[in-house]
Write a protein that binds this ligand. Sequence first.
Ligand SMILES: NC(=O)c1ccc[n+]([C@@H]2O[C@H](COP(=O)([O-])OP(=O)(O)OC[C@H]3O[C@@H](n4cnc5c(N)ncnc54)[C@H](OP(=O)(O)O)[C@@H]3O)[C@@H](O)[C@H]2O)c1
Length: 145
Amino acid sequence: MSNFASSDLEPLLKQGSIVPHVNQIKLNLFQRDKDTVGYCTNHGIVVEAYTPLGKGRVDHHPVVQSIAHSHNVTTYHIALKWILQHDWILTFQSSSEKHQATDAAVFDFMLSKKEMQALDRISSDTEHAAVDRMRQILKNFKLER
Ligand SMILES: NC(=O)c1ccc[n+]([C@@H]2O[C@H](COP(=O)([O-])OP(=O)(O)OC[C@H]3O[C@@H](n4cnc5c(N)ncnc54)[C@H](OP(=O)(O)O)[C@@H]3O)[C@@H](O)[C@H]2O)c1
């Protein structure tokens, strides 16, 4: 499957007789649909992460930069490793030979539990920031009316 949210998977599993093997979804440090990931995990559906680099956003995040610095790797390595250490499948692409060669270093280090927790918090913080922004927009909208 691809881009199936938990709300799409639920009726499928209820009515169908085959449990999908893999669900390919957009999943990176900034975009994590916890309901869908949790649903897949609980039902034995393998999660496959696409757009794992979050369109380059990893390069500008201070937590990712700091962890990358301490392992002497790039922020891209940290984004990829976070996915692998969650036991999700990784699908990403590079047309640059230089990137292909350096990206392979993702297998040369491990993130600690504390680092994984700090990275996990990024998507929650991003989610909260989006909700706060939406609340502010709605508040301003009401004031203007
Ligand atoms: N199922 C779906 O709906 C869906 C939707 C979107 C994508 N996908 C699949 O997911 C896979 C990847 O998706 P994506 O392209 O969105 O995201 P991505 O793999 O997160 O990003 C790819 C980009 O990252 C760059 N990159 C790779 N290594 C880098 C490095 N070390 N430093 C700097 N840049 C680096 C690549 O540039 P260079 O080429 O210059 O290295 C490329 O432009 C593809 O196979 C695609 O088919 C599936």
